[in-house]
Design a protein around this ligand. Structure first.
Ligand SMILES: Nc1ncnc2c1ncn2[C@@H]1O[C@H](COP(=O)(O)OP(=O)(O)OP(=O)(O)O)[C@@H](O)[C@H]1O
Ligand SMILES: [Mg+2]
Length: 384
């Protein structure tokens, strides 16, 4: 048996231990509760505070700035001291009540442009394009020659156009031409779609245009291809809604970019549209996209060439009268001729064959024709 005094000491020790440990435990609990309380308070503050408005700095004065709010209206406002250094063009957050500028938005200063445009080194060659010899020659003169031999133009003493406009119905080879010239010149191909530019970037379209051209200069030689140019550069009767104002601003920036660069630099612009009739004449004024190239529906010979291009890797039955077949493809575009080849291939696959027969092709022609008719009817229903 242990001596009694030792026993008493043990009991005391354990009481002291219990007391101190329970006090540190409650300290900890206390600390935890305080932290939670603070977090909840912060959360409530967040829920109570009104949202800040995203605006653009237009001009800076000593202690004030002129900002433009998203609907296009402009105000002269104060700048908070916490804001740091500002520059015109910055996107900032402003209090809703008095529009005092609180903070710069760091992310919108610089887009990751490459996310929004398609940048590629195309593989389309001139040989992949059928029936557009004149158009190819023209685009070579205007885009390829100045990129490859700028000194020639200096000697002759003329300035080549800065860009070209390809116009014509859908599926006739406009995008193909632009890609082929990029391939022929070893240029970076930067593709923007007009409609997307104005829809996605309300408030930022103009900035994006600026940055796309910056990127084009960095990656030069490059070709900036603007598809559906009409979405951006359509004639406007009056500029009413803020959406229209925004499109107009984006368009103005495009014109400014076009005016700002050198004809003999190594950035070229190719625009494409199905609706040349509605384009704002400002875009095709001399010094801008002043070479217009029509890319129309292919004629007899052209259709034959296009068919040959798309069927060159197919196993065709011997003795098909291609000329007679092509005759059936009235008003077909290059894209539709391509579709005929693909559909005919499917008819063969469905019957477990690898050889495509005349019958497959004839059926494919009527299928594509039917689809075209349906599309035409839809078009008339909506727009006719
Ligand atoms: N002249 C052509 N030679 C060979 N293939 C063609 C030709 N025209 C069109 N095609 C085929 O049709 C497809 C679509 O062509 P493309 O994208 O160049 O048309 P587009 O004129 O740009 O049409 P959209 O106005 O609808 O943009 C091509 O990928 C190609 O397969
Ligand atoms: Mg196209």
């Amino acid at each position: 048996m242990a001596p009694p005094e030792t026993n008493n000491k043990n009991v005391l020790d354990s009481v002291i231990y219990k007391y101190t440990s329970s006090s540190t435990q409650s300290d900890e609990e206390n600390k935890l509760l305080k932290e939670t309380l603070n977090k909840l308070r912060e959360e409530i503050e967040k829920l109570k505070s009104p949202p800040l408005m995203v605006c653009e700095i237009k001009e800076l004065h000593e202690k004030t700035a002129i900002i433009s709010i998203p609907n296009g209206n402009q105000f002269c406002v104060n700048i908070s001291d916490t804001c740091g250094k500002l520059r015109a063009g910055d996107m900032v957050l402003a209090e809703q009540k008095n529009l005092t500028v609180i903070k710069v938005v760091p992310t919108t200063k610089k887009f990751n442009v490459e996310k929004f445009v398609i940048v590629e080194k195309p593989t389309v060659t001139w040989k992949d394009i059928g029936g557009l010899d004149n158009q190819i020659r023209e685009i070579q003169e205007v885009v390829e020659l100045p990129l490859k031999k700028p000194e020639l133009f200096k000697k002759v003493g003329i300035k080549p156009p800065k860009g070209v406009l390809l116009y014509g119905p859908p599926g006739t080879g406009k995008t193909l031409l632009a890609k082929a010239v990029a391939k022929a010149t070893g240029s970076t191909f930067i593709e923007i779609v007009g409609a997307e530019l104005v829809q996605k970037f309300i408030g930022e379209g103009a900035k994006l245009v600026k940055e796309i051209f910056e990127m084009a200069r960095k990656k030069a030689p490059s070709i900036v291809f603007i598809d559906e140019l009409d979405a951006l550069a359509a004639k406007r009767m009056e500029i009413g809604t803020s959406g229209e104002r925004e499109v107009n601003r984006t368009f103005m920036q495009l014109l400014a970019e076009l005016d700002g660069f050198n004809e003999l630099g190594n950035v070229k612009i190719i625009g494409a549209t199905n609706r040349k009739d509605i384009l704002d004449p400002a875009i095709i004024r001399p010094g801008r996209l002043d070479r217009l190239i029509e890319v129309g529906v292919p004629g007899k010979e052209a259709k034959l060439e296009i068919f040959k291009i798309h069927s060159k890797n197919m196993t065709l039955e011997k003795g098909i009268n291609i000329k007679a077949l092509v005759k059936k493809m009235e008003n077909f575009s290059g894209a539709e001729i391509h579709a005929v080849c693909t559909e005919a291939g499917y008819f063969a696959i469905r019957e477990d064959r690898t050889m495509v027969t005349k019958d497959d092709l004839v059926k494919a022609v009527s299928k594509v024709k039917k689809e075209e008719k349906l599309e035409g009817e839809d078009y008339l229903r909506y727009f006719g």
